[in-house]
Design a protein around this ligand. Structure first.
Ligand code: BTN
Length: 261
């Protein structure tokens, strides 16, 4: 399936997420828009971090998509986007999802792509509903490392390891082709999600879970860290954390997950 949304390509911008957020806030969005930038000068990551990407080595784009669901009904969206990105990579690289899994591709809750535990890509979702009865516009930003992970790593926090798509396939797809496959996959997945929610994708997500049964630590701004064993996700996409004699559900917000050292 080809992309149905408006496609925009720019050589340089501050942040494709911000570009679309500004237009959503101004009430200018009508149909879905996908916007790709060769270079972002102020790319944004989760939790207020900066997303630094070398233009030649990365794919950076955002998709503005209107949901019929209200914001409170979008739980699990970031996990679903991870599944959509994997499906798009599979199609663009002409590799089965099983082959990608075997190569070490996994998802880290709530929305990181990992390749053999090193960061391959990230997802930043922003937006909301301006007023009752309006669609809920979500701006879904995706950054994927294509090649040269060492150079990307130099931009990351100390200790954060990067990986790239070139480590999975020797013949990297053309960036435009990869982008179109990702957009088409996202449109399919998001349309299904708007109808049925995350519930039916839970088992699928669990197959890609990088931290299943691992001891993990959850940290968030201004909150004490929470420790436990990661037990996958529930039907809303919340992370299940086993602690001594109880299991608690952690909902995605500005929290980070890492393996206990
Ligand atoms: C993260 O892992 O912290 C999320 C990174 C998201 C980066 C993408 S690149 C395209 C879009 N525009 C941005 O400013 N950020 C997202």
């Amino acid at each position: 399936m080809t992309a149905n949304c408006i496609l925009e390509r720019v050589s340089e911008t501050k942040s494709t997420n911000d570009d679309l957020l500004i237009r959503w806030r101004a009430g200018e969005l009508i149909d879905p828009v996908a916007r790709i930038a060769h270079k972002q000068t102020a790319g944004k990551g989760r939790a207020g971090r900066t997303w630094l990407a070398n233009p030649e080595d990365s794919l950076c784009f955002s998709l503005a998509f209107p949901f019929k669901r209200r914001p409170a009904e979008l739980s699990g969206l970031s996990l679903l986007v991870g599944l959509a990105v994997i499906a798009g990579i599979s199609q663009a690289c002409d590799l089965s999802e099983a082959a990608l899994h075997a190569a070490g591709l996994h998802l880290k809750w709530p929305n990181d792509l990992l390749l053999n535990n090193n960061k391959l890509g990230g997802i930043l979702i922003e937006g909301g509903q301006a007023k009752a009865d309006d669609p809920t516009w979500m701006i879904i930003g995706v950054g994927i490392n294509l090649r040269n992970p060492e150079a990307i790593e130099a931009n990351l926090d100390a200790g954060v390891k990067a990986s790239s798509l070139s480590q999975i396939t020797k013949t990297l797809p053309d960036v435009e082709y990869l982008w179109l496959k990702l957009i088409a996959s996202l449109e399919n997945h998001l349309t299904e999600f708007d109808l049925h929610g995350f519930k039916s994708c839970k088992d699928s997500w669990m197959k890609w879970d990088a931290y299943q049964n691992k001891p993990v630590c959850i940290s968030g701004t201004g909150k004490d860290p929470i420790y436990g064993i990661a037990k996958g996700v529930d039907e809303t996409g919340a992370l299940l954390l086993q602690q001594d004699n109880k299991t608690i559900a952690i909902h995605a917000g500005d929290v980070s997950l890492r393996i206990q050292s």
